[in-house]
Design a protein around this ligand. Structure first.
Ligand code: SAM
Length: 266
């Protein structure tokens, strides 16, 4: 993406997590500053590019599973730039999806690509503003019915001092029984040496990056019930909703980078 393209208010010389991720996924919506950070990520964790692509396929599986449970409403926080396996593309036509991201580039692109304004909306907001986001969500979703809240590689951008636990609890409290919380989070405990280097690399984005251990991630689910296999390490074949092709999701190297869990409000 040419530096001249930058929307008003976006400084292309300041790297941004959404655009770094876009570059890792092979997208074109990124600037040199983002590519430099992404190349730094790849130097530390060369498997990241493949892992992010496989991960997006797993997101498709998450959504298929939730749809199979009857969920027709999705709140995708920190949705990122439109890529393949977007939630609204995997969910059936009667599903409603609210995407939220705080990056103006993500939101400009999202709005341009989302052709179904009634069913799928893109909200530019900070996920930490729970009250504000719930007001927006209520315009499009019925919070008296089950909703799946997705926080996919979002929470590692919320440092401890900003109390991510209170934030996630506020979302959980707003949901009715039968709702779901899906979290994917960078793992802080499986490869601490390389994760430490990644934290240093991300520091350049001006955005704090906080990988967490399994023990630190578990409390985000509160009293929600994790579905088997529970909080699973990485892009895993263990999710119970696949077919024989699931083995393609499994690789020992990628499995170390993250944790994912799907939990249901009892
Ligand atoms: C690594 S990307 C993940 C994208 C997508 N959820 C996925 O897992 O494929 C993280 C996204 O979270 C967004 N983000 C980071 N902090 C945020 C915040 N406080 N509120 C809303 N979005 C945020 C970034 O702009 C970026 O698009």
């Amino acid at each position: 993406m040419s530096e001249e393209w930058a929307p008003k208010g976006v400084d292309p010389t300041v790297p941004n997590p959404a655009r770094v991720y876009d570059y890792l996924l092979g997208g074109k919506d990124n600037f040199k500053a983002d590519r430099d950070v992404a190349e730094g990520v790849l130097r530390v964790l060369p498997e990241t590019r493949q892992a992010t692509r496989m991960y997006r396929r797993m997101v498709g599986r998450f959504v298929e599973y939730l749809v199979g449970q009857g969920v027709r409403q999705f709140l995708d926080l920190g949705s990122g730039l439109p890529t393949h396996q977007n939630v609204h593309e995997v969910a059936p036509p009667d599903a409603r999806v609210v995407y939220v991201d705080n990056d103006p580039v993500v939101c400009t692109h999202g709005r341009a690509l989302l052709a179904e304004p009634d069913r799928v909306v893109m909200v530019e907001a900070d996920a930490r503003d729970v009250d504000g986001i719930l007001i927006e969500a209520r315009k499009h979703l019925d919070l008296e019915q089950p909703v799946a809240v997705l926080m996919l590689f979002l929470l590692h951008f919320v440092p401890d001092e900003q109390d991510p636990y209170a934030m996630v609890a506020a979302y959980r409290d707003a949901l009715v029984p039968g709702s779901y919380l899906v979290i994917s989070h960078t793992a802080g405990d499986t490869d601490p040496e390389r994760m430490g280097r990644l934290v240093d690399n991300y520091r350049q984005t001006g955005t704090p990056f906080r990988p967490r251990s399994a023990a630190e991630i578990m409390p985000f689910f509160g009293d929600f019930e994790l579905i088997p296999p529970g909080l699973a390490n990485g892009v895993t074949h263990e999710w119970p909703f696949g077919d024989e092709q699931d083995t393609m999701f499994w690789d020992e190297k990628w499995s170390k980078l993250s944790y994912s869990g799907i939990a249901r409000k009892p």
